[in-house]
Structure formats: C-alpha cells, structure tokens
Design a protein around this ligand. Structure first.
Ligand SMILES: Nc1ncnc2c1ncn2[C@@H]1O[C@H](COP(=O)(O)OP(=O)(O)OP(=O)(O)O)[C@@H](O)[C@H]1O
Ligand SMILES: [Mg+2]
Length: 191
C-alpha cells in the first residue's frame, strides 16, 4: 500500500513508560466512535498502549489483556472498550461478544490482534502496528490512518507535545538514549 501524506506516522518508543505515555497522548484526543486497531506479536506492547489510552481518558483501575472475557470497558471521560482477539476462533465468534456499532455509539474502541478480524473493524480505524520485542531497543510503532478520522488523530498526535502529562515520553526518532525498561517478557499466560 502507498499511503498518502498524513496517513502514516512512525516513532521509536524506547520503553514501556514511553509506550503508555504515547497511549495517553492519543487517549486524550479520543472521541466516541473512534477505533484503534492494534497489531504486533506477543509482548509487543499493545496492552501497554491501551493502558495509556485509558489513562489519557482519565479512567482509573487496572488495564490488562481481556484474555478470557475478550472485552473490558474502562470508564473515563468517555467509555473505552478494550478487546483482545488473540483467542478468537474465527471472526464469526465475535458476533457473540459485542456489536461493533453499539460499542462505537457509546465510546472509543481499542482492539488487540485486530488483524484477526479485519472485517469487524471500522473502516476508519487508526491502525497501530508495534514491532516485536528483541533485537533493537524499545519498539517501533507505525500508525496508519485509513480514513478521515484516523488522519485527524494522526495530525493531532503530530501537533501534541511529546512530553505527555508526565514529561517522560521517551519516544524518539533516533532512539539513542532510552533508559532500560525494555523487558521482552509479556508472553503472558497465553504463550
Ligand atoms: N516501547 C517498549 N519498549 C520496551 N518494552 C516495552 C515497550 N512497550 C511495552 N513494553 C513491555 O513489553 C512487555 C509486553 O507488553 P504488553 O503486555 O503490553 O504486550 P502485548 O502486545 O499486549 O502482548 P500480548 O500479545 O501478549 O497481549 C511488557 O513487559 C511491557 O512493559
Ligand atoms: Mg496484550
């Protein structure tokens, strides 16, 4: 695919704290009906980014992969619906979990392993691909807008100060000075 200008944004995210800060930055911008489609291998940092989304929306409480329930909701400024499709057995099984239009009518939606049910995602989702752990330090995050709202979110992300709310946003073009933090664990109970 050849993205048009403004449809793609890329960053190196040096550690988990920076990943959460990036999520929080995006979370502050989210509106009802927004879709964040997360992809990347086991332990990439998808849940970490969603934790940031929830924080950016002002939701309290714990954010973990909704492995067994498939769907969690965090209640902040607007509801954030968090799905993890890792265990999904066929896209049709999602019909028993939630109606995407109902979710999107009430809040923002963030989906881990979104590539397992691409047809279920909103056409205008913001796709966030995270590189796997290992090799280089931190992670590479590539965001791709597939519609007007996705492009709007990317533009806002570009304009927002990278310092985030804690001034600890270790997201960088070069990735030269992240302090540790990279733990290529996270294979979790599903590995
Ligand atoms: N940018 C980063 N750099 C280094 N480590 C990170 C980064 N982001 C997250 N991590 C760490 O990677 C591990 C896995 O993170 P996380 O659970 O968010 O991954 P995940 O993609 O949700 O995995 P799964 O596919 O199992 O759901 C955690 O230890 C987390 O702290
Ligand atoms: Mg996860």
């Amino acid at each position: 695919m050849n993205p048009r200008p403004g449809e793609r944004w890329e960053a190196r995210v040096l550690d988990a704290a920076a990943m959460e800060a990036l999520g929080a930055r995006l979370g502050r911008m989210l509106r009802v009906g927004d879709w964040i489609a997360l992809t990347g291998p086991l332990g990439a940092g998808k849940t970490t980014l969603v934790r940031g989304l929830a924080r950016g929306l002002g939701a309290g409480g714990r954010v973990a992969s909704p492995t067994f329930t498939l769907l969690h909701v965090y209640r902040g400024r607007i509801p954030l619906f968090h799905l993890d499709l890792y265990r999904l057995e066929g896209e049709a099984a999602l019909a028993d979990v939630a109606d995407p239009e109902e979710l999107a009518a009430e809040g923002a939606v963030a989906v881990e392993w979104a590539d397992r049910a691409p047809a279920w995602m909103a056409a205008d989702a913001l796709w966030v691909a995270i590189s796997g752990p290992g090799g280089e330090q931190g992670r590479r995050v590539v965001m791709e807008a597939r519609g007007p709202r996705g492009r709007e979110l990317l533009a806002a992300l570009r304009a927002a100060p990278a310092g985030g709310d804690h001034g600890d946003d270790g997201e960088a073009g070069g990735g030269e000075d992240g302090e540790g933090g990279a733990q290529p664990g996270g294979l979790g109970p599903r590995a």
